[in-house]
Design a binder for this molecule. Structure first.
Ligand SMILES: Cc1ncc(COP(=O)(O)O)c(C=O)c1O
Length: 388
């Protein structure tokens, strides 16, 4: 296999740390049974890994009770549980135009059932003003939900300021930490967060199919599903206590094991150190892209309060064509299109040109990778108009 340069870490991180592959292999071979359902040793061992990972992630988000860390399959799963379990007909919710479809679509879905939704725009630099969110508060506002870090423009929203306003108003505040978890600090206390939805396969460096949510004490999410929990089987209703309240059926125990290894890897390297190096590479990439005639970057006047996700277009070219050339001619993997965030592209005006090209930098990218990407984009942008 020819060596590809993987700059699509915004979609999922690849490769994973060796420790993740090794631990998943070890775990699956030796303990890959249904955790916590019986008393035999293997089952207890598998259950132990689940509980250790709950604790690890609770600490990671600066939560206080590991039982309030519930596992699901990805952040889409968690966000659906939050949105459908916290809102009911007649309620009002505030969100933003920086959201991914995993927030927008569940909200649109509830609009049909009589939930009112306000979507606050972001400014020219890609940030949402907390005060604009506050202005939307109503007596029946039951949820504010915000994408912590954009998967298109990479901006990190001021969640602590938004959280403080929500706490003062007594409105639950949830964040979509799909892009931010594993890149920037998430602190339930300091950032006034009530619910955090995370996915395991991006910067937490686990496999796909594992994610979940942390729910602060005092915040209750109605269960909108029901099923087996492995405990108290005679009870007819789905259990109210956490974590069972929001966990349904056999958990993805393999995914949880991989996530444990991924989060441990990030903690071992240091969250800030990983992010710092990614942003150093982002700086080189950005400087290179900006120097190429006919390349437009989006919301990238500065990299402050950004993650290493950068979007751009080449004038006169469809984003998909640029992506294909990067792949076929240069062996560089990126992501093109609307990135499941149509309102971001609507605001940028890039919906008219089929979106943008996105590079997502991960912990295994190197300076050589980003310099090669700059040269590749330069060559594509220099093609004569007919070939472009
Ligand atoms: C900001 C954001 N939210 C939600 C998601 C959904 O993540 P998942 O597909 O793992 O549920 C993504 C994934 O691209 C994302 O970038």
């Amino acid at each position: 296999m020819t060596k590809m340069i993987f700059l699509d870490n915004g979609a999922t991180s690849f490769p994973k740390p060796e420790e993740v592959y090794r631990f998943m292999d070890h775990f699956f071979r030796n303990f890959g049974v249904n955790p916590g359902r019986s008393g035999y040793d293997l089952c207890m061992e598998a259950g132990l890994v689940v509980e250790e990972t709950r604790k690890l992630l609770t600490d990671f988000f600066h939560g206080t009770d590991p039982n309030r860390l519930c596992f699901g399959y990805n952040s889409t799963d968690a966000l659906n549980l939050i949105i459908s379990g916290m809102l009911k007909p007649g309620d009002h919710a505030v969100s933003t135009m920086v959201e991914h479809n995993s927030v927008l679509r569940p909200l649109y879905h509830l609009r049909k059932d009589g939930v009112d939704v306000d979507l606050v725009p972001f400014d020219g630099a890609g940030f949402v003003d907390p005060e604009e969110i506050r202005k939307k508060f109503r007596p029946n506002t039951r949820l504010v939900i915000v994408n912590h870090a954009s998967n298109v423009i990479g901006t990190v929203q001021p969640v602590a300021a938004i959280g403080r306003l929500c706490r003062e108003a007594g409105i639950p505040f949830a964040i979509d930490a799909s892009q931010s978890a594993g890149k920037v600090s998430i602190d339930m206390e300091a950032q006034f967060l009530d619910v955090v939805a995370f996915t395991g396969h991006k910067s937490l460096l686990g496999p796909t199919g594992i994610g979940g949510l942390y729910v602060r004490e005092g915040i209750e999410i109605r269960h909108t599903r029901a099923g087996g929990t492995g405990v108290r089987s005679a009870v007819k209703a789905h259990l109210d206590e956490y974590p069972y309240r929001l966990e349904y059926g056999t958990p993805n125990v393999m995914g949880i094991a991989g996530l444990k290894a991924g989060v441990s890897w990030v903690l071992g390297k240091g969250l800030e150190a990983v992010h710092h190096e990614e942003m150093r590479l982002a700086g080189i990439l950005l400087e290179g892209l900006k120097a190429i005639p006919r390349v437009t970057t989006y919301c990238l006047d500065s990299l402050e309060d950004h993650i290493a996700v950068l979007s751009f277009n080449v004038e006169g070219m469809d984003a998909a064509d640029v992506g294909t050339m990067l792949d076929v001619d240069f062996g560089i993997a990126c992501r093109t299109g609307l990135h499941c965030a149509p309102l971001v592209h609507e605001r940028l005006g890039t919906d008219k040109v089929h979106g943008a090209v996105r590079f997502g930098i991960g912990p295994f990218n190197t300076e050589d990778h980003v310099r090669t990407a700059v040269v590749a984009v330069g060559k594509i942008a220099a093609l004569p108009p007919k070939k472009r």
